[in-house]
Design a protein around this ligand. Structure first.
Ligand code: SF4
Length: 299
């Protein structure tokens, strides 16, 4: 049995940049660096940065920052998902140093939504209710954009009104196209802007090159990560022996029965060190024997 690592796997540019910004700030100001919400949708990376001193706060805790910062000089990192303009305004009023880690791709979506909203368009964003990226984009439309996640959401749009349809950067192309057709059927002609992240689109397009050579696929990524869920669903559609895993302790020996090749991949929010941990664990178990007791239950 051999283990292969997907050559395309590893964090995207936006996530990588936010993590590098956090690490740089932590080196210079180890006690006073905060991030609004989990810096990345990956529990293991959040734990690692938490151990390094990064403090995660909720948007409604901003008023507490001066009390929480040990040296009274809080620095707040905005993660790759971005924030609504009100957050930046409040941070400025509080006199807090802001490190803007908003991904440039997300920034473009925010600007696009804002521009069309100011021109009088109704904005429909295909994506998930409450997802932090959506919260940030909606904030750029004075809270007027309509999230379209379910069929019922389409009914919230006004028929016969000039409408822009865009999407959360990490949804699937099929879902975006499907929802766009439903929106058109409700409101009439629409302006469609494909705001999918090209990094994610390319990953999905090239996925069969990798999944085709593995008998079992491990999709490593956080439980809250939309991108990991979509990657797992795409892998599973090609190979039913695909498992979404967060930590090596979840591996179950029965998954690998009769397999010659195990493929390890990860989403845009899965750091390389975590992928390596899976590869090394599997190789160690293959060389020295699998642990007596399996912890994971499988899916
Ligand atoms: S997945 Fe794309 S949009 Fe999201 S942070 Fe990464 S590069 Fe930016």
């Amino acid at each position: 049995m051999k283990v292969i690592l997907d050559p395309q796997a590893g964090t995207c540019g936006g996530v990588k940049r936010a993590i590098e910004l956090a690490e740089k700030e932590l080196t210079e100001h180890p006690k006073d660096v905060f991030v609004i919400g989990d810096i990345i949708h990956n529990e293991r990376e959040v734990e690692r940065l938490d151990r390094a001193g990064l403090k995660t706060i909720h948007r409604n805790e901003l008023e507490e920052l001066h009390r929480l910062a040990l040296n009274n000089r809080a620095r707040v990192l905005v993660r790759a998902h971005g924030e609504p303009p009100e957050t930046f305004k409040r941070l400025e009023e509080l006199g807090v140093e802001v490190i803007d880690g908003t991904c440039p791709v997300v920034n473009r979506s925010q600007e696009l939504a804002q521009k069309y909203q100011q021109e009088g368009y109704q904005i429909a964003i295909v994506g998930k209710h409450g997802h932090p990226e959506m919260v940030g984009i909606i904030g750029h439309t004075d809270q007027k954009a309509v999230v379209v996640q379910f069929k019922e959401d389409v009914e919230k749009l006004k028929p016969g009104v000039a409408t822009l349809v865009m999407c959360q950067t990490t949804v699937s192309q099929d879902w975006f196209d499907q929802m766009t057709r439903m929106i058109e059927a409700r409101v009439g002609e629409v302006v469609v802007k494909d705001t999918l992240c090209r990094f994610v689109v390319r990953r999905i397009r090239k996925l069969p090159n990798f999944t085709g050579v593995a008998d079992v696929i491990l999709v490593v990524g956080g439980l809250k990560s939309s991108n990991t869920k979509m990657l797992h669903a795409s892998c599973k559609a090609i190979n039913p022996r695909s498992y979404h895993v967060v930590s090596p302790e979840e591996l179950n020996r029965s998954w690998f029965e009769g397999a010659d090749t195990i493929g390890v991949t990860g989403s845009a929010s899965t750091p390389h060190w975590l992928l390596d941990e899976f590869v090394e664990t599997l190789e160690r178990w293959m060389a020295r024997g699998w642990p007596e007791r399996d912890v994971g239950d499988g899916e």
